[in-house]
Design a protein around this ligand. Structure first.
Ligand SMILES: Cc1cc2nc3c(=O)[nH]c(=O)nc-3n(C[C@H](O)[C@H](O)[C@H](O)COP(=O)(O)OP(=O)(O)OC[C@H]3O[C@@H](n4cnc5c(N)ncnc54)[C@H](O)[C@@H]3O)c2cc1C
Length: 393
């Protein structure tokens, strides 16, 4: 007979979405258990760690030097033949303000959840959901080698890209290969790069995706790339592309690889429904990564916070039915669905662009003053230069 615990809300996964959900649910006065399958929160890393300062502030997180590796003043976008567009952080559209130290950032978020009263169980992997009368009423957990049951009125699946909890609970988290980016990244040292700019390299160096150099200070950087799943023909292909990318750049060629991470991001514009009776999905589990950039920290923080707040509210009202939890689904859609769809449409165009078109596109926009230029003008400039981009498929 497995050991059994009881709580109001169990959150599966102590990444940004899960820790935010646990904190905000606990702040709502309910009893929360946060589960993490790994032995250490934030490790191993599967992220390039870029995030915008504005995006942290908007979810109530004050930037803290303890978990910031590098302050970034903007992004350099490089076309396949080397045309450059430099966009500063203060200008519209730039997403990067910091390269984080996610080992410490994720722990900081979990500490905040614990300070609000959430109990954290480490090496506690969810291995199934408990359902009664068609409603989710807890999870089965493998904890330090033994099986446990955690009974809860509501389960929040925040278990990331591979989320099984949401799927076990009946939510549709399926992805087409064209909505998956397969990523590989090295942490490298000894690089001669511009330390205060993140760099994105477009085109066939990473088919259907892009390559990145995100500086972490003192000549170190996360150097990686993502390839669209439907363009990957064999395993290990991402490594061949990444090694070629590094070899082709004299600033990177002499660098040393200190760590390697493999992972994937979804490029789907959100799950079709993120709640069921007694279940919610947040962060990557709800497929709310920006489909164009692959940046998911911001929306993980936002959906985590919303899920925690709505779950606590529903517990207090004594109603965790799908109808009641739908408040969360409506909330995140009203704030981010338009942007997700817009980015997804752009991604759909981007993945089929030739190197030639990307070269022209960067040339078309690079001389504009981004300080003053707004979205419509930027679009008009790109349309004038490359009308083919704006034809419907
Ligand atoms: C190579 C790469 C580079 C990226 N670069 C960036 C970037 O620069 N900027 C950006 O914004 N985003 C980036 N992302 C995306 C970003 O990492 C994610 O969007 C973000 O981490 C999502 O947070 P989350 O809390 O939803 O999921 P995660 O951070 O994945 O956290 C999920 C947690 O759940 C735990 N877990 C999983 N299964 C279970 C289980 N069964 N039981 C208990 N715990 C479980 C995991 O161990 C993990 O701790 C990148 C992703 C990859 C793969």
């Amino acid at each position: 007979m497995p050991i059994s615990y009881d709580c109001d809300i169990v959150v599966v996964g102590a990444g940004p979405a899960g820790s935010m959900a646990a904190k905000h649910a606990a702040d709502g006065g309910v009893d929360v258990i946060l589960l993490e399958k790994k032995a250490e929160i934030g490790a191993p890393l599967r992220c390039a760690e870029g995030v915008s300062k504005r995006r942290l502030l908007e979810v109530g997180i004050d930037p803290d030097p303890r978990w910031i590796s590098a302050r970034i003043s903007g992004t350099i976008m490089r076309s396949p033949s080397g045309n450059i567009l430099k966009v500063r952080e203060c200008q519209e559209g730039s997403e990067v303000g910091y390269v984080l130290n996610r080992h410490l950032f994720d722990k900081f978020l979990a500490e905040r959840a614990a300070a609000s009263g959430a109990k954290i169980m480490m090496r506690a992997g969810c291995v199934g959901v408990i359902t009664e009368d068609g409603k989710v009423s807890g999870v089965n957990v493998r904890h330090m080698g033994s099986e446990k049951e955690i009974r809860a009125r509501c389960v929040i699946a925040a278990d990331g890209y591979e989320s099984q909890t949401a799927r076990w609970a009946g939510l549709d988290t399926d992805l087409d290969p064209s909505d998956i980016e397969t990523c590989l990244q090295y942490l490298m040292s000894g690089l001669e790069i511009e330390e205060s700019f993140c760099e994105i390299v477009l085109g066939s160096c990473a088919p259907g995706g892009y390559a990145w150099i995100f500086p972490k200070g003192n000549g170190t950087a996360n150097v990686g790339l993502g390839i669209q799943g439907s363009k990957c023909v064999s395993e290990g292909e991402a490594k061949v592309f990444l090694d070629n990318f590094i070899e082709s750049d004299p600033r990177l060629r002499k660098g040393k690889v200190l760590a390697m991470v493999a992972g994937a991001v979804s490029t789907k514009p959100g799950i079709s429904c993120s709640v069921g009776d007694g279940i919610m999905a947040a962060g990557d589990a709800a497929r709310v990564i920006n489909p164009l950039t692959g940046g998911g920290i911001r929306n993980a923080l936002r959906t985590g916070r919303m899920a925690g707040e709505v779950a606590a509210d529903c517990i207090r009202k004594g109603d965790v039915s799908k109808d009641s939890l739908m408040e969360y689904d409506r909330m995140w859609r009203s704030e981010m669905e338009d942007e997700l769809l817009r980015s997804w449409r752009m991604k759909e165009k981007y993945v089929d662009m030739s190197d030639d078109i990307l070269d022209k596109l960067i040339l078309a926009v690079r001389d504009y003053d981004f300080e003053r230029l707004r979205g419509d003008e930027l679009k008009a400039a790109a349309k004038a230069m490359c009308p083919e981009l704006f034809r419907s498929k």
